[in-house]
Design a protein around this ligand. Structure first.
Ligand code: KIV
Ligand code: ZN
Length: 521
């Protein structure tokens, strides 16, 4: 077993984050390599023990992401997923070559319904595959995780035989997925307890939970697993993942922290980084966080009723079981105005968790000054939106130079747009069914492309009519999806910036798959 597997105290629960793998499997949640690296670095900094970075055999893009994440992560174990086949495992092993600490996570289905209909394999053959896959993975690393997919619908005797065989072949972590989110807490806890008492070599491995949220029980099931002896929890930021998602990291961590009296376990997570991680994942995937989502929802610390507000004013403990600060939400979020200087701005960026180079700070400062001219109060969230927008815009082929809109009750609406296309400014006037349509049509005329608009989403960064609009645009071309973001007090400028940022990402993707395809299609 690796250092971090053996060094943990009996009550230490390892946090295995699979936002970049299971999370990215949410339809539409795909991230670019740069975005994955941003997320991975933040997860590493916040104390995640294991980062599942992708499924290297799935595509060259996935391979490259796992490889790059393995190179940048400093403390966490970086994990790559593999089915039971040799090619899968070797591809994962290759992707993890440069990791300081790498783990191969290999899996195969063990439930009757999956073995019969999905794998079309006999149980004896699946058992052989368990042994050969773990053995193969051990040739690459001594840190091997094995998962029986659909474990919660697997016959107990057979599950025990597979787990025992996997550990014998060298698996150091045994993960028990509730793949279809079918289990309930008592049952899931009992399953972990059964494995602990019936598998003779179980003490040689860490038991892990991996619960899906189809019945809204993923967190409860995971915690029941911990209470029964699991010491690793697989989860994702904001609970994103296949279908209804996975157990939410922030809920697991805060449940263990706030209710240490009932559940005496600890994690290595710096909980004050939770809000930032939630915002980053929501922003790069364009998956909004539900308003009443536990821990990270916009209303999680809002008190609306008079009685509650009165109680809060007298003593915050009346209605708050944890402070907003403990998850990284600062109450005093009013930043500064147009007279604030560079130094104060740089300090604010640091406080918000940004570590930007000199040029990026200058660009962000210039945008902050522009914003402070337009907007009375600039809040922390404004700064976050502005910097994220600047990072999303990057060094793309396309840049929005100017936009003028004619709109109102008398159509057609009209957009006059100037784009910088590879250093050359081009202007066009286009009409459309509304100002957004006109703007996107103008972009299409200046830079013809075949991508389809899959998502257009606007949200106000703060309150008030002078709030910045944060726009997300998801485009799809030949099965590849990208998400662009833009933030501005003018919703239409933000929309144009978001669309152009998505196109810039698509151009990078095209370049990677066909280096000569640099131009508009
Ligand atoms: O849900 C599941 O079964 C999985 C496995 C690959 C671990 O994600
Ligand atoms: Zn899963």
């Amino acid at each position: 077993m690796s250092q971090s597997q053996t060094d943990q105290s009996a009550n230490r629960v390892l946090i295995f984050d699979t936002t970049l793998r299971d999370g990215e499997q949410s339809p539409g949640a795909s991230m670019t390599l740069e975005e994955k690296l941003q997320v991975a670095e933040l997860l590493d900094e916040m104390g995640v023990d294991v980062i599942e970075a992708g499924f290297p055999i799935a595509s060259n893009g996935d391979f490259e992401s796992v490889q790059e994440v393995a190179r940048v992560v400093k403390n966490a174990i970086v994990c790559g997923l593999a089915r039971a086949g040799q090619k899968d495992i070797d591809r994962a092993g290759e992707a993890l070559r440069d990791a300081k600490q790498g783990r191969i996570h290999t899996f195969i289905s063990t439930s009757p319904v999956h073995m019969k209909h999905k794998l079309q394999m006999e149980p004896e053959d699946v058992l052989d595959a368990v042994i050969s896959s773990v053995t193969r993975a051990r040739n690459w690393t001594d840190n091997v995780e094995w998962s029986p997919e659909d474990a919660t619908r697997t016959e107990h005797d057979y599950l025990c035989a597979c787990v025992e065989a996997a550990i014998k072949a060298g698996a150091t972590t045994i993960n028990i997925p509730d793949t279809v989110g079918y289990s309930v807490p008592e049952e899931y806890g009992a399953l972990i307890a059964m494995l602990k008492s019936c598998v003779p070599n179980i003490d040689k491995a860490v038991i892990s939970t991996h619960c899906h949220n189809d019945l809204g029980l993923a967190v409860a099931n995971s915690l029941a697993g911990v209470a029964s002896g699991a010491r690793q929890v697989e989860c994702t930021i904001n609970g994103i993942g296949e279908r209804a998602g996975n157990a939410a990291l922030e809920e697991i961590v805060m449940a263990l922290k706030v209710r240490g009296d009932a559940m005496p376990f600890e994690t290595g997570i710096d909980s004050e980084m939770i809000a930032r991680a939630s915002k980053l994942v929501s922003s790069v995937t364009a998956f909004p966080v539900q308003y009443n989502k536990a821990i990270v929802g916009q209303n999680a610390f809002a008190h609306e009723s008079g009685i509650h507000q009165d109680g809060m004013l007298k003593n915050t403990q009346t209605y708050e079981i944890m402070t907003p600060e403990s998850v990284g939400i600062s109450k005093s979020s009013l930043v500064m105005g147009k007279h604030s200087g560079r130094h104060a701005f740089r300090k604010k960026l640091e406080e918000l968790g940004y570590d930007l180079g000199q040029n990026a700070v200058e660009d962000a400062f210039r945008r902050f000054k522009d914003l402070a001219d337009k907007k009375k109060h600039v809040f922390d969230d404004d700064i976050v939106a502005l910097v994220d927008d600047e990072m999303a815009a990057g060094e793309g082929v396309l840049k929005v130079v100017a936009l003028k809109i004619v709109c109102g009750t008398e159509g057609p609406q009209e957009a006059t747009l100037t784009l910088d296309v590879s250093g050359e400014e081009k202007t066009v006037v286009a009409t459309g069914d509304g100002p957004v349509d006109a703007t996107f049509n103008a972009i299409g005329e200046l830079f013809p492309h075949k991508a389809h608009l899959q998502l257009y989403q606007v949200h106000a960064v703060t309150e008030g009519t002078d709030a910045q609009a944060e726009v997300s645009v998801r485009l799809e071309e030949d099965g590849k999806t990208v998400t662009g973001r833009g933030a501005e007090t003018d919703t239409l400028v933000a929309s144009a910036r978001a669309y152009v940022s998505a196109l810039n990402k698509l151009i990078v993707k095209r370049r990677k798959s066909a280096p000569e395809a640099l131009q508009a299609s």
